[in-house]
Write a protein that binds this ligand. Sequence first.
Ligand SMILES: Nc1nc2c(ncn2[C@@H]2O[C@H](COP(=O)(O)OP(=O)(O)O)[C@@H](O)[C@H]2O)c(=O)[nH]1
Ligand SMILES: [Mg+2]
Length: 906
Amino acid sequence: MTEAELIQIIKQAAKDEVTELDLSNNQISSLPPEIFQLTNLQSLNIGGNQISSLPPEIVQLTNLQFLYISRNQISSLPREIVQLTNLQFLYISRNQISSLPREIVQLTNLQTLKISGNQISSLPPEIVQLTNLQFLKISGNQISSLPPEIVQLTNLQSLNIGGNQISSLPPEIFQLTNLQSLNIGGNQISSLPPEIVQLTNLQTLDISRNQISSLPPEIVQLTNLQSLDLRNNPVPIPPEILGPKEWYKNPGNIQEILDFYFRVQDPQETEPLYEAKLLIIGEGGAGKTSLAKKIEDEKYQLQSDEKSTEGIDVIQWKFNLDHGQEFRVNIWDFGGQEIYHQTHQFFLTSRSLYALVADDRKENTDFYYWLKIVELLSDNSPVLIIKNEKDKRQCEVNERELRGEFLNLKEFLPTNLADNRGLTEIKNNIQQYIKQLPHVGEPLPKIWVRVRFALENNPRNYISFTEYRDFCKLNNLTDSEDMKRLSQYLHDLGVCLHFQKDPILKHYVILKPEWGTTAVYKVLDNKNVVKNLGCFTQENLAEIWEDEKYKDMRDELLQLMIRFKLCYPIPRQYIAPQLLDINQPEYTWNPNNNLILRYEYDFLPKGIITSFIVEIHPWIEEQKQVWRNGVIINKDQTRAEIIQNYNQKEIKIRLAGNRKKDLLTIITHELEKIHSSFERLRYQILVPCNCKKCIGSQTPHTYQLESLRKRLGAGRYQVECDQSYEMVNVRRLIDDVNLSVQESNRELQIPVSPLQNELDRDKERSYNSVNIVINNKLESENNSMSESYQSKYHQTGPTQFVDTIQSGGNATFNQTNYTPEQQQKNLADAAAEIQQLLNQLSKTNPTATPQEITNTIEQEIKSNPTLKDRLIAALKAGGLEALKTIFNHPAFTISAETIKGFIEAE
Ligand SMILES: Nc1nc2c(ncn2[C@@H]2O[C@H](COP(=O)(O)OP(=O)(O)O)[C@@H](O)[C@H]2O)c(=O)[nH]1
Ligand SMILES: [Mg+2]
């Protein structure tokens, strides 16, 4: 905004005698004196500008109640500000203020004071006299202690002192009984005093990023507490339970956190689990299988024609710890084929030890790839490099260079497996490093360990969830929530597979993950499937999985493939995109008026484009324009071309047609979902220039999205094009590609676009068309009425509708589109929509109260006439029982009676 424009606005405001003025985010660097004549102002927002000082004349705005000056460059407040005694809300966050004037005490009406992100090292003691304060936020400063007098702020409801240098809390703080929210994350607090119990109104407590190693038992008495963030503290609670690593996501379920913690506090109740994974990786033929076998048994004879490993083999190796306890190592031996790379993200887990076997006979092309992928997926787990010198040949590895780049590289160990040279050293090192893995040996509930032991000694490849429940009961684990928690924990540890959210797979606990993966890879390794460029049929599967151990589980194995994003259905067959033709098919493309976006990766793991193809498959042009490195999608007269160039480490997107922006949003959303499964994936999004010269060009100048955002954040609203030297508007560049939402917020956003819903529905429909009929055994396993009712409708996806054919226990596949009675379809469709809504809720707001959930559903019913009609139909056909089925969700309990009330009211 130019100075003249600003003065114009102020003049107008004076004329209109406005009481509110919003001048935020306008690149204003100083306030013109005219503004201080707007004495009617009650609210002034000048946030997000480049104002470096606030003139004393501000005092003239005596009616101000709300003053927002956050995100400027103000280094000190004028003393006069304290005369604005009508102020109730004062926001001065993210400036460069190093101290507050003592006289601030005069602002006796202040209710909200936010001064986070400044350089304040101590609070004036007088602040405690602001007894009307309800919200106080002083996070991100350099405060090392709070005055005991803080107790006087009796009206405080929310106190945020996160990100300071506070090492202990004054006991007086616990007398602030009106506190509902307390954030002390990111300090140096090492204990939480029992007095916390006095904060009976507390709803949210954030103590993440501190040094807390124990919790006072009293904390369970805080019955209003709904959210407890303990992430990044040395507490003996597995990170899976504490919650997702991303700070901006909600922490884990508080009940689970407290349950777990207090159970493990009782030594009678716990036992350490000494168990961890060793993953052996490297190229085919490097000697991985030989190494695994040699670790297990030194006398193992090398095989001259060792058949190369299919899928994954898991071998157990046990050794004794110093205090006699047995340590169990699960050695995972990976087949080296490239085709397996796509499932790595499911198995290369953190909290594991890695052994990368190097063999210098051939060029180690994949060597670097492996190190990168471990770095990417496994949260800096330690890696040992085993230099397999096969006889006397030297294995050259550039140690120094690799150590410089990969900080998780621990040791380089030479060996010759033929005569066991170096083997003892390797085993010693494995023991050393595996013992030190985080969370190894931490106490676990005794019953968990017992169930784990029982499962481990079960020779079967998989058991049904009902059998799993029986196992648990047999071992005194009776709480059904706890059963699920344990299977989740074991799944996270990589001990077994249990996809709790998958409508088919949730019915099984796969005790031997290698059984599942080997089966899956049998398909991808199959000669016919390879010859047919990834295309296969039910008949092929029946043949590939004819073995006894797979026969009864074909549906589930196929579902596992879909879960792993290894294939997608098209009418009468399936496509595994990794095996598609490498050559780009012929197609026409109109280069006029394209929207272009590029992803540039620091390191591009394999499998991103093929996963993307699976995700977007319903919209593939004629189900034909797809190849191993790219795809054309066609939706509502809009086409998009998405091509991966592996060597350039980039994915290029071009769109043509009417709804380019909408379609691009879907594409970026799907890509980002895939990216988020790689913990440390780094990439740039390149946004095309829209200046006169670049617009419509196939080779426009591009800007990094991230630097555009930074630019905006720093209040720079224009940027020069490198090709035309024209100045272009930064915000418009970002808006052009629909990426205006902050990266970190994108996750939190529910993708509400109708187009996204359409894709999700089309996907479900596509999986439905497979029309898998689950074995009858499933039906008999579900003992509760509503669950078995539900399983009919939820088999391959949340929107599944299946026409159940009693097929004598065998899986039958039926290619016809479903044509059952309309009533049932209504029920299935309504269930699908509701499940989707609930899944979304469970992700975005896992701690939603029952009231919040019902409100959301009520709104959805009101605003979605189709859903309403379906629900009415379902209610008519199936009564309350039908509603119970529809609203059955693992994360939430919803009262069907209440829902019935809504529907009837509508
Ligand atoms: N002479 C010799 N042969 C080895 C050594 N390590 C592995 N081999 C042989 O190399 C071949 C491939 O080994 P294997 O363990 O199957 O490799 P993988 O594909 O990485 O699992 C087999 O024939 C092994 O017997 C070694 O140290 N010395
Ligand atoms: Mg092998």
